[in-house]
Design a protein around this ligand. Structure first.
Ligand SMILES: O=C(CO)[C@@H](O)[C@H](O)[C@H](O)[C@H](O)COP(=O)(O)O
Ligand SMILES: [Zn+2]
Length: 201
């Protein structure tokens, strides 16, 4: 058991380190674009909406909480962000009445405004409820970013800005997604630091 544990432990972390290195070497420009868009959206008084399934639902609410609450800077102002995967009444009612595919699209229709921004998080890029959400978001005038993995699936060509973690392993893609989420929150914190002026953003 102990040997198996050691193998799993080292093998998992070795794969994580290789993927993190690849991400560091290739995704900087795309993450900069994402941060610029998110900061400009918030600075203009619009909001960030996030959605995903399973572990990516957890990532969506994790990132939203760090924007409304805080990431690192203790005294920056609150920032408008909302995860669409947290309201169990909305999730069950919409799934039951309209179908699970509509669970995020319907909330976007109810809650978003033109020029808000949607971050859709999917390791496969193939989840039908995320494809429907992105299509509805674009129709409603939102800018769309996909935090994706593998070949990006159908979402790759449907979002305005695809960010692809180059792996086909769901858990490892998720580990890098939340790392990119933390980097995003740190750049947003910096942009909204109380010592910075609005004109600097
Ligand atoms: O967290 C994990 C696996 O690590 C799972 O809960 C995973 O998120 C679920 O299977 C999701 O339904 C996968 O959806 P997606 O990433 O393909 O859009
Ligand atoms: Zn997971």
């Amino acid at each position: 058991m102990r040997e198996l544990m050691n193998d799993r432990f080292e093998a998992h972390l070795d794969r994580h380190i290789s993927l993190a290195t690849l991400v560091r070497d290739t995704l900087g420009p795309a993450v900069t674009l994402m941060a610029d868009r998110v900061i400009a959206t918030l600075a203009a008084g619009h909001k960030i909406m996030l959605c995903g399934n399973g572990g990516s639902a957890a990532d969506a609410q994790h990132i939203a909480a760090e924007l409304t609450g805080r990431y690192g800077v203790p005294n920056r102002r609150a920032l408008a962000a909302l995860a669409l995967s947290t309201d169990s009444s909305a999730l069950t009612a919409i799934s039951n009445d309209l179908g699970f595919d509509q669970v995020f699209a319907r909330q976007l229709e109810a809650l978003s405004q033109r020029d808000d921004l949607l971050i859709a998080i999917s390791t496969s890029g193939r989840s039908p409820n995320l494809i429907a959400a992105v299509e509805r978001a674009r129709h409603l005038g939102l800018y769309t970013i996909g935090l994706l993995g593998g070949d990006g699936g159908a979402l790759r060509t449907r979002v305005d800005l695809p960010i692809l973690v180059p792996s086909s392993e769901t858990p490892h893609i998720q580990e890098l997604h939340i790392t990119l989420g933390h980097i995003l929150c740190s750049l947003v914190d910096e942009a909204f630091h109380p010592d910075r002026r609005d004109s600097d953003r």
